[in-house]
Design a protein around this ligand. Sequence first.
Ligand code: ADP
Ligand code: MG
Length: 689
Amino acid sequence: MEMQYLQGVGPKRAMLLSKELGLNSIEDLLRFFPTRYIDRSTITPIAEIVPEAAFVQVRAKVISREIKPKRLSVIVEDSTGRMELVFFRGIKWASEKLSPGSEFIFFGKPAAFNGKVNMVHPEIDPPNSDTSGVMTGVYPSTEKIKNAGITGKVMNKIMAAALEAGLPSIQETLPDYVLKSKSLVPIHFALRNIHFPQSADALLKARRRLKFEELFLLQLSLLKQKFVRMRSVKGIEMPKVGPSFNACYNALPYKLTGAQQRVIKEIREDMRSGRQMNRLLQGDVGSGKTMVAVLSALIASGNGFQSCIMAPTEVLARQHWRNISKYLLPTGVKCAVLTGTTKASERREIHAGLEDGSIGIIVGTHALIEDDVKFKNLGLAIIDEQHRFGVDQRAKLWNKRNDGLLPHVLVMTATPIPRTLAMTLYGDLDVSVIDEMPPGRTPVQTLHCYESKRASVYKFMREQIALGRQIFVVYPLIFESEKMDYKNLEAGAEQIMNAFPVPQYKTAVVHGQMKAEDKNFNMDAFVAGRADILVATSVIEVGVDVPNATVMIIESAERFGLAQLHQLRGRVGRGSNQSYCILMTDFKLSSESKRRIELMCSTDNGFTLAEEDMKLRGPGDMDGTAQSGLPVELSIASLAKDGMLLSEARDFAMRILERDPQLSAPANDLLFKTLNSGRYAIKDYSVIS
Ligand code: ADP
Ligand code: MG
């Protein structure tokens, strides 16, 4: 049966449900779950209503009603007090229904207005309606849905009709042995009770079953791809370590941290295994990922293969190249840098060097994936700051060999991803973590200052400059309005230059609207210590390594996400001097911004922050960009809260696949069917090769 034929739906609403909520069938409806439940067994006395409450139900008598411009105001009263009900729509209907003296049960979300509590568009029920012991599901909705008259109550009615019409044809998705060994309730029980819980206990069981199902099928699908790929894709075997690796290693000015050593060992194992490496390397800013990249590239070169290292920006690419070239001095391996601004003559030379194999390691930006860049023998691709590269762009890299073999892939990210998210996003990737900082670092001190403290912040900056230190001042960049951001930065830069006048102080300014040459020139001035202050927008220059910089001032810090704040803070504290991060904000802060700032001041552990960030913002928004979507949208499980269940589901999926990687055994027939039913088809987001 089509959704539109359900009682209470009809063609118009069906279209709206499809457009607004993506619900196209009765089964979609049944798998559209309440986000919470309201216990309608309690009646709240008016005097006890707080505007923060999600929903309340009052039993009250109408005292008066008055049609004001554009709205109807109704005053109701119970034995404890009075409150106002407001209607902007259905004014005629409501004023007829709510005649003074009559009593009703009103149900809705309280709000504060002029210091008093009111309720807008409450649901209205007869005073004697039996609502005892009922838990009512509340579904996600939109303005358009509400305007079409699909209130919470109507949605509940539609769901009841959907259950009656659709449940009999819903098939169980999990085999019996899965249900038994995980103590899960059958699908019919789960769907009935998720929409209309018989009891709190039944609801718990229903939720557990549906969450497990969701996480389990997702993991099964991701891991199955991984198993298949491990069999079908042949990797390049790199059995040796080679003399260049050893030459570099022995000349290192410091000892590798335990974490760096462990990760290099993991990478080395991958590269000699004969399977293609697909590894995500996570490490906080400053944890020493560059060194790991260099040593990995040297393994490739020791086996006769070239490597490429891709960075998201020109500045970063050049900085990488400078650093890497230093490490490579004792090895004789030739390293070049290729970006959008590389001159034509130089570009030709580099192209030739890559084709004849004389360049062993190439560092660069997107320019590396252009079609005219050809390698003699590319064996390893390293991608730094992975979240800036689109899937398509990565795919282009894999076409750089013409023998069907895929180069090994190492994706490095400084954005710590919570374990649960990594498992979901990169279910088929191996994950390495550098969880140890190089020794000798003093943790960065983080402070929150309101605008009113600007003078003392400037005083502090002068003191630091007098000590010979350098300072970053960063302005937020918001994509909607680059012009305005630029203005923001320009005004800020002017303010700084007034407070820190030449010739005593030197300030370099860098922003996105600048010509690349000017940008490089100003950046170089700061990196080389010729400028005391660098004023910049946030996006461009992340990643620069200036150990002498000890102060990071983040302007309008409330406009940054936690992950970004943490990234920026990582630009200081790279040397042995005490470093500071100062978060400047407006006096008015939302509670969420306040929480972010507090968290920043309380910890410098990137993983703790990432977990908190996920709780604050939801996992879909981790990078703060739309492109970081999940491979599937979870409809009931939460990555922030269901980490344990996710691990359990993953282990279970793994065990099944180890025995039956194709899910071809009769016992897994149902799983095979479920996975191929379309409902669980996942976007191939996580597969990076
Ligand atoms: P990341 O890329 O992870 O942010 P980098 O690779 O840029 O970090 O390293 C940050 C700084 O730490 C660099 O100056 C680097 O030379 C230094 N470094 C890396 N590994 C070590 C180590 N084991 N001991 C001391 N210093 C290190
Ligand atoms: Mg780095």
